[in-house]
Design a protein around this ligand. Sequence first.
Ligand SMILES: Nc1nc2c(ncn2[C@@H]2O[C@H](COP(=O)(O)OP(=O)(O)OP(=O)(O)O)[C@@H](O)[C@H]2O)c(=O)[nH]1
Ligand SMILES: [Mg+2]
Length: 250
Amino acid sequence: MFYDYVKIFVKGGDGGNGVVTFRREKYVPLGGPSGGDGGKGADVIFVADESLTTLVDFKYRQHYKAQRGENGMRKNMHGKNGEPLVVKVPVGTLVRDAESGELLADIVEKNQRVVVAHGGRGGRGNARFQSARNRAPEIAEKGEPGEERWLRLELKLLADAALVGLPNAGKSTIISKVSGSRPKIADYPFTTLHPNLGVVNLEPGMSFVLADIPGLIEGAAEGVGLGHRFFASCGAFTSAAACGGHERFG
Ligand SMILES: Nc1nc2c(ncn2[C@@H]2O[C@H](COP(=O)(O)OP(=O)(O)OP(=O)(O)O)[C@@H](O)[C@H]2O)c(=O)[nH]1
Ligand SMILES: [Mg+2]
């Protein structure tokens, strides 16, 4: 079992601004205030999707900003609320605040929804500020800014297959050619000290996780070479490699 990590930025939409307008109608010389409220900024929502098995999509896109609310309009018209930004994440994703490390959500069930950045409230228009004392208020609120933060997503990954071979055989070279993984490649044994994972995309919706592991030499299980160190760094690996997700291909 391995962990896949990504860091992404999320921002809820800003609230729309309230506006200052007054009724302008024929035969109504002093129309009252009629500025509408701004719409609510949209939330960024994670939803658990069973068809995803890795965080690889987040390596290509790191910024997720939800729509802002529309500004209020004249004639007491409310601005439209922003449309929520729904982001699919694999079941099993842990969501942490990237700075504090605080656990914000543990996504364990399919279709589970979590708001990870709230949109800001819309500002009130001047119609809301009318009072007996002030019949023609010239004030309106700005929308609240949406919540924003960096998140760290973590996912436990099972490798489906592993490249096993003698040191310096070219294992890291292979994974670097067939996946996005970029391990160190060098012309000496034991270049690779920790497993590297790569996602191999076969066709849309079909992928598997390949592991490049340190070179194994005879007696590795007894501690020869990097034997013990390696097996300790990924204890569950051997069973993962042996019984990893073949069913995904079925
Ligand atoms: N001639 C030749 N050299 C290769 C080939 N594949 C990899 N190499 C070279 O062999 C050396 C070792 O490659 P790596 O991919 O680092 O080998 P590795 O199996 O990951 O090695 P360890 O991590 O040390 O176990 C590098 O200098 C590569 O450029 C190949 O197909 N032909
Ligand atoms: Mg290597």
